[in-house]
Design a protein around this ligand. Structure first.
Ligand SMILES: [Zn+2]
Length: 146
C-alpha cells in the first residue's frame, strides 16, 4: 500500500468534513445516513493512512539515528583508535583518517582531531566554502581544504 502524504491525509479529512457539513442542512434521514456512511468511510481511510505515515516516520527516524551513530562514534578501546592515523589535511588542519586510507591522495572520511584525542570519532563535514569542514560533535571548523 502506498503511503499517503500528510497533505493527502489532510485533504481526505477536509473532504469528510465537507460531506458532514453539507449533510447537516438536510432533513432527509436517507441522505443523513448516506452522509454518515461516507464520512465514516473517509475517516477510516484517513486513520489507516495516518497510521502508515506514522510507521514510515518511525522507520526514517531509525535510519537517521543509525546515520548519526556512524557520524559520531565513541571508541571503546585503544586498539580501535590505533586503526586511525593523524595527518595534515590539504588545508593545513590536522585530522585523523583510517590507517588504510592514509596513503590515498584523498583520504576520506576525515575525523575531528580534537574529538579523536578525547575518545570520539566524529566525521568532519565539508561546508563547501573556503575549505572549511565542521565537526558534528564539538562544532570545531578546521580548514581541511576540502
Ligand atoms: Zn570535534
Amino acid at each position: 500500500m502506498a503511503v499517503m502524504t500528510a497533505t493527502a491525509i489532510i485533504l481526505a479529512l477536509k473532504a469528510a468534513h465537507d460531506v458532514a457539513r453539507q449533510a447537516n442542512d438536510s432533513e432527509d434521514p436517507a441522505t443523513l445516513k448516506a452522509a454518515m456512511r461516507d464520512v465514516s468511510h473517509r475517516l477510516s481511510r484517513a486513520m489507516s493512512e495516518a497510521a502508515s505515515l506514522h510507521e514510515n516516520i518511525i522507520d526514517l527516524r531509525r535510519l537517521a539515528d543509525s546515520a548519526a551513530r556512524q557520524e559520531i562514534w565513541r571508541f571503546t578501546s585503544d586498539e580501535e583508535k590505533r586503526r586511525y592515523v593523524k595527518m595534515e589535511s590539504p588545508g593545513g588542519a590536522f585530522v585523523y583518517v583510517a590507517r588504510e586510507q592514509a596513503a590515498s591522495p584523498n583520504p576520506s572520511p576525515e575525523y575531528c582531531a580534537g574529538c579523536f584525542e578525547v575518545g570520539t570519532r566524529a566525521m568532519l563535514k565539508p561546508c563547501g566554502v573556503g575549505g572549511i569542514a565542521r565537526c558534528p560533535a564539538c562544532g570545531a571548523a578546521p580548514r581541511t581544504g576540502r
